[in-house]
Design a protein around this ligand. Structure first.
Ligand code: ZN
Length: 170
């Protein structure tokens, strides 16, 4: 493991140590996004782009249904802290996964291959929601036909409402 990856990992772990044990996905997202913003220059634009990390720096977290995230914050942090990343790409991929899961809504739909809940995502080119498995290359359209590919991002609160996908809290 190169020194710079280790430094970044240790640095982020120190930040995470300040997070309250009560913290939810929203606090975790904000902490990591702020950390990433401060480190973006060190990480470099090529790596930031490769892992789609600029997306998280350019969004307003409240535009996303972060309060509905099913991310188990304590478990996620423990896993992150217990495993030293072997290289910068592994590290950035894990950072990205945590940010992603902090703002993604798991739908009522399940993956036909593994039975896990599909993530509710959005295809900006089609302007349609897409439901995608994070463990498999499976993504489907609202009518359950297979998605044709392209770019997917977490869906905003506004788009969830527009497509009638937001379950209002009781
Ligand atoms: Zn699956």
């Amino acid at each position: 493991m190169s020194t710079s990856v280790q430094k970044l990992w240790v640095d982020l772990n120190q930040e995470l140590a300040y997070l309250s044990s009560e913290a939810g996905p929203t606090q975790l997202f904000t902490l990591i996004a702020n950390w990433l913003r401060a480190k973006a220059q060190i990480i470099g634009d090529q790596k930031m782009t490769r892992w789609g990390l600029n997306f998280f720096l350019n969004i307003t977290v409240d535009d996303y249904p972060h309060e509905l995230s099913e991310l188990a914050v304590e478990d996620e942090i423990a896993a992150f802290q217990s495993l030293e990343p072997r290289d910068i790409d592994t590290f950035l991929m894990r950072v990205r996964d945590i940010l992603w899961q902090s703002i993604v809504l798991i739908s009522d739909r399940t993956c036909p291959r593994c039975g896990e809940g599909l993530e509710t995502l959005y295809d900006p080119d089609l302007d349609r929601p897409v439901f995608s498995c994070r463990f498999h290359r499976w993504a489907e359209m609202p009518d359950r036909t297979e998605w044709g590919g392209g770019m997917l991002v977490p869906i905003t609160r506004q788009n969830l409402k527009r497509f009638g996908l937001l379950r209002e809290p009781n």
